[in-house]
Design a protein around this ligand. Structure first.
Ligand code: PGA
Length: 257
């Protein structure tokens, strides 16, 4: 069986107190799958900046603790960048993974392909794993521009990286029209894009690179098995269903059983 990456993007949810509550239930929720952790399952949560420390603190003595990541960062190490958070600041909190280029960052906050690329490079230089999100809007899909848009996003993010670095990125295909809408891509649609992505990445990085590609967009227990069973999908980037440990781990449970 392949290794499944179960990554939870908490977005602007989960106060410090709610984060504490999440970790009260986490150990029990992950316990049935404890023997899969490592080779068969990798779990990460991405709290808001203000809850990262709490997540690390509440999970530090847990045998089966998740990876703690961040939802964004800035590429400069310090300086006059009001409102931004640097990579050294995140590393100090124990962060090892950073979500970059999420569609909400691209569309609500106007992040460009170029900016996302700089952040990807800065994370890799600092030894952090970027979780690079990319995906098309409904308008782009309906206008038959899905692959053109994604190729642009992927190539911009990989620009200037060595093949080895390209292999360290975790890629997350998230069709914008399926995020937070309850509308999931069909397993065939998700497989088509994830398979295509792997081919494109191999074309750019070389055949020795075997990229990890996740699917994200309204993944939950009831649709997880079909999606995660698809050949080119290595895991899920989960928003809404990751806010409770039970609904989050239910996604892996559904796949396994
Ligand atoms: P969703 O969010 O699971 O709530 O659709 C996914 C994401 O944006 O990462």
């Amino acid at each position: 069986m392949k290794k499944i990456y179960l990554y939870g993007n908490w977005k602007m949810n989960m106060t410090k107190a709610e984060t504490e509550g999440f970790f009260k239930g986490y150990a029990a929720a992950v316990e049935p799958f404890a023997s899969d952790l490592g080779t068969g399952l990798e779990v990460a949560v991405f709290p808001a900046f203000t809850s990262i420390w709490e997540a690390g603190y509440r999970s530090k003595d847990m045998k089966n603790k998740p990876i703690i990541g961040a939802q964004n960062c800035y590429y400069e190490p310090k300086g006059a960048f009001t409102g931004e958070v640097s990579i050294p600041m995140l590393k100090e909190q124990g962060v090892t993974h950073v979500i970059l280029g999420h569609s909400e960052r691209r569309h609500i906050f106007g992040e460009s392909d170029e900016l996302v690329g700089k952040k990807v490079k800065a994370c890799l230089d600092a030894g952090l794993t970027p979780v690079l999100c990319y995906g098309e809007t409904l308008e782009e899909r309906e206008g038959n521009r899905t692959f053109e848009v994604m190729e642009r996003q992927l190539r911009a993010a990989m620009k200037g990286l060595t093949p080895e670095e390209m292999g360290k990125v975790i890629y997350a295909y998230e069709p914008v029209w399926a995020i937070g809408t309850g509308k999931t891509a069909t397993p065939a649609q998700a497989q088509e894009v994830c398979g295509w992505s792997k081919k494109l990445i191999a074309e750019v990085a070389g055949k020795d690179v075997a990229p990890v590609v996740l699917y994200g967009g309204s993944v939950k227990g009831s649709n997880a098995k079909e999606l995660l069973s698809m050949e080119s999908i290595d895991g899920a980037l989960v928003g809404g269903a990751s806010l409770k440990p039970e609904s989050f781990l239910e996604i892996y449970g559904a796949y396994k059983n």
